[in-house]
Ligand binder design. Structure first.
Ligand SMILES: [Zn+2]
Length: 159
């Protein structure tokens, strides 16, 4: 994503569009897959010896939940892009590596499928069940709590 410095007026320039995720060379593996292009909405300007850019980046990703190992969609949003780039000797500045860095920083290190609260991670339920079972002691190891008991356990305020 190259910007010609001469095309930036004194008052700055608003840039909006899409950039292919492949072009940004984002890491793609079985745990992390871009589902579409990177969308950007940026204000850029030149001040002194620097180019600044502020705005938003967004990208839909497919991630793998670290707890239940299920794939889920995650709309990544970087709402506070603020970069300051030293003006290069040539007349164009390539924002690509800077956009890439901002997106990498925003990637969740430990993605969870229940990030939005719209679903309960099966892995989390499993963990609750295990901790509930161990809290009750090994008095009756054959007894498995029902789903409702597990839900009660989740809704119960921590003492
Ligand atoms: Zn999960």
């Amino acid at each position: 994503m190259k910007i010609h410095l001469r095309q930036i007026p004194e008052e700055g320039l608003h840039l909006e569009g899409e950039e292919s995720a492949a072009l940004l060379d984002l890491p793609t593996d079985e745990y992390n897959r871009p589902l579409g292009p990177v969308q950007y909405s940026l204000d850029v300007g030149v001040s002194g010896t620097g180019l600044w850019a502020t705005g938003e980046l967004s990208l839909d990703l497919e991630l793998e939940c670290v707890r239940c190992l299920e794939k889920f969609e995650y709309p990544l949003l970087v709402s506070d892009v603020a970069m300051q780039i030293e003006l290069p000797p040539q007349e164009t500045v390539d924002l690509t590596p800077h956009l890439r860095e901002d997106i990498l920083l925003a990637l969740p290190a430990y993605p969870h499928c229940d990030w939005s609260g719209e679903r309960v991670c099966p892995g989390r339920q499993e963990a609750k069940r295990e901790s509930a079972a161990s809290a009750e002691g090994a008095a009756d190891p054959s007894r498995t709590p029902s789903a409702w008991e597990v839900l009660d356990q989740i809704n119960k305020p921590a003492k």
